[in-house]
Design a binder for this molecule. Structure first.
Ligand code: FES
Length: 116
């Protein structure tokens, strides 16, 4: 297997459901991760590594994932988005409707004044 050209980090962080900040696994990121891996296998995409990771800090818009070295970030990802994401990894053209940026990283639940 060749060295990967791209890494896709999928947040599968889990917090207590009572925690004011949501966590991606509670919003379906495990299913997204599994669907990405299955689609990767179907397409035999050996140049991409899909990695289950911890919190990526944009928790309010999870499930969150990041593509490197492209530095492309996605939020609100569902299993239905997986084919478009895999197409984008091939073409190099990000999936515009899923992209998140600085604004999403600044979001906090109203009951939290700063902590994690
Ligand atoms: S819990 Fe997924 S980005 Fe924070």
């Amino acid at each position: 297997m060749p060295m990967p050209e791209k890494f896709v980090f999928v947040c599968i962080n889990q917090r207590d459901p009572e925690h004011p900040r949501p966590s991606c696994i509670n919003n379906g990121s495990g299913d997204v991760f599994n669907a990405l891996r299955e689609e990767q296998g179907r397409r035999v995409m050996t140049n991409v590594k899909i990695v289950a990771g911890g919190c990526l800090e944009a928790c309010m818009v999870g499930p969150v994932m990041a593509v490197f070295p492209d530095n492309v970030w996605y939020g609100g990802v569902t299993e239905d988005d997986v084919p478009a994401i895999m197409d984008s990894l091939d073409s190099g053209e990000p999936v515009a409707y899923l992209r998140i940026g600085d604004a999403e990283f600044d979001l906090r639940p109203p009951e939290m004044s700063g902590g994690f």
